[in-house]
Design a protein around this ligand. Structure first.
Ligand SMILES: [Zn+2]
Length: 233
């Protein structure tokens, strides 16, 4: 999609055989959002997902995002493949100011991209020990793509991860859950041996979530950390 040329600046420029850029731009605002019949379709598209697919299901879907910005690609302004139900945070970035011109700058399309982005694990976390008594452990998320991926796919994953501030947003979610985990280890799970506790954490990481989900990656990181498993906190 990075290979599509953005349209001419002139609103009278034809983007289809008889539709000008100016008319195509109006299709979304006036046709889809501005008309009752259009709004029904808009609402249906928004309700296709509850959780936002851009940020790994952290945010709740609030609106439709144009994968290719409509200011540059008005011909795709109402194309369903270009409309992604997304959360407020993911849809409030700087997409209006530019568009990808290199393949490696292209963020991952949640529905029509390479299966490797959804089937392989490429987000991991480290458990960091902190001196803060209230939060003795924090999670640091990072990108580590499989060796078999090509460089462009690796850069695309990193681009997506950075653009949607996934490290920070995953860590915020994890810190809330981690305090519950730590509390359980001090109380209901205090009699588990290091190995039993590690098995428990591995079991938790197997929960039915997508492979790069913050919770799944968090439990995996905790289970892999021998200091965390051994400590009764
Ligand atoms: Zn999001």
């Amino acid at each position: 999609m990075y290979s599509f040329a953005a349209n001419h600046n002139d609103d009278n420029h034809l983007v289809y055989s008889k539709i000008t850029k100016g008319e195509a731009k109006d299709l979304y605002d006036k046709g889809l959002l501005g008309r009752k019949e259009g709004k029904v379709i808009y609402d249906k598209l928004v309700s296709q997902a509850i959780k936002c697919p851009y940020c790994g299901e952290i945010g709740f879907v609030a609106s439709l995002d144009h994968y290719l910005p409509k200011s540059f690609f008005p011909q795709f302004s109402i194309l369903p493949y270009n409309l992604i139900p997304s959360c407020r945070d993911c849809n409030s970035g700087s997409k209006g100011s530019g568009y990808p011109i290199q393949e490696e700058e292209q963020i991952i399309h949640p529905y029509f991209d390479k299966p490797i982005f959804f089937e392989d694990q490429w987000i991991y976390a480290d458990v960091i020990t902190s001196i803060n008594q209230e939060d003795p452990y924090v999670l640091k998320y990072y990108v580590s793509c499989p060796d078999g991926w090509n460089d462009i796919d690796k850069r695309r994953a990193k681009k997506h991860f950075d653009k949607f501030k996934i490290a920070k947003r995953y860590a915020i979610n994890a810190s809330e859950e981690l305090s519950i985990v730590v509390d359980a280890r001090k109380n209901t799970l205090k009699n588990l041996s290091e190995l039993d506790y590690q098995s428990y954490l591995i079991e938790q990481s197997g929960i039915h979530l997508h492979i790069n989900h913050w919770r799944k990656v968090m439990y995996q990181a905790l289970a892999n950390n021998t200091i965390f498993c051994a400590s009764k906190i």
